[in-house]
Design a protein around this ligand. Structure first.
Ligand code: GUE
Length: 286
């Protein structure tokens, strides 16, 4: 093992502590408790576990959670109606629709029912555009968490070649946009990419977001590369073959303890951002 670990746990704890302090101030000065609504469709046990983790960590930070659980047979119209209710509820500051949803549901339509002011998970087209333009706004939780981790470890991005493996709408694609906004030279790789190992060997920064356990091998990496493993496969296994990669990389995220806690920390931070904005827009109006 020669690589240094990019540990998310401590940084995330720091971010959550700061969010908790801001939540306390909102409560004390305005009597408002930030509230994150989570929406889970169906009974996938892994998804239920992630949602529970988000709720538990919210609670520790003084953020209320409102849990909506819908049956697996829910239609797009029913889900959109539920999310619209949350969008219209002034007590709710942030909304998270857990991905994936069952196949009969149009996930994009459901995401777009989230009020952009409450899109603390950064999944709407409005938030995507802000990331693509490098404008302020909510970041998709995992990509935003990755950027904070890279910044904390002083990873140089300007002019660096970043290869993002995966192009999903709330992970790979926005991650590439944020890297581009930081002046990296970004290549998106995906299931149709030819000669993937060779391409990855040209990367200074690798973002693995494919959802295949131990997919990225040590001999795919340029010595000294920075490796971010955004995979969350069964049994807490990442997308990167950690034992091999950590012999070649300069910096690497562990799984668990890397990107995962940063994702949740950013979600909570952005929930408090949303609550502050809501409170301040009310006090300005008054
Ligand atoms: N709309 C939406 N937004 C998401 O952000 C989202 C989603 N859907 N669907 C599922 C994935 C998965 N995800 C994780 C978050 C934290 C950990 C995490 O903290 N994992 C711990 C280990 C898990 C444990 O301690 O049990 C770690 O890496 O240290 C993992 C996975 C967010 N996701």
């Amino acid at each position: 093992m020669s690589a240094e670990l990019m540990i998310g746990t401590d940084l995330a704890a720091d971010m959550v502590a700061k969010a908790a302090e801001r939540a306390r101030v909102l409560q004390e000065q305005y009597g408002v408790q930030p509230c994150l609504a989570t929406v889970l469709v169906g009974d996938d046990p892994a998804s239920a576990t992630y949602v529970r983790m988000k709720q538990n960590r919210s609670k520790k930070a003084g953020i209320a959670s409102l849990s909506v659980v819908l049956p697996a047979e829910t239609t797009t119209a029913e889900l959109v109606a539920e999310i619209t209710k949350l969008s219209d509820d002034p007590a709710v500051h942030g909304i998270l629709l857990q991905h994936p949803v069952p196949p009969q549901i149009d996930e994009r339509a459901a995401f777009e029912a989230i009020d952009p002011a409450k899109d603390v998970d950064g999944v709407t087209m409005r938030s995507f555009a802000a990331m693509a333009f490098g404008d302020p706004g909510f970041r998709s939780a995992t990509p935003g968490g990755i950027m904070r981790l890279l910044a904390a470890y002083d990873v140089p991005l300007e002019g660096a070649h970043a290869v993002v493996i995966g192009r999903s709408p709330i992970l790979g694609k926005p991650a590439g946009m944020l890297l581009l906004a930081s002046n990296a030279t970004v290549t998106y790789a995906h299931s149709r990419t030819r000669d993937l190992p060779e391409l990855v060997r040209t990367a200074d920064v690798v973002i693995a977001a494919v959802g295949k356990a131990n997919f990225v091998r040590g001999d795919w990496l340029k010595p000294g590369a920075v490796v971010v493993d955004a995979g969350y496969n069964e049994g807490n296994v990442g997308d990167v073959h950690f034992a091999e990669a950590s012999e070649v990389a300069r910096l690497i995220t562990p799984v668990p303890g890397g990107v995962g806690p940063m994702t949740i920390a950013l979600l909570l931070e952005q929930t408090v951002d949303a609550a502050e904005t809501a409170v301040h827009s009310l006090t300005t109006l008054a």
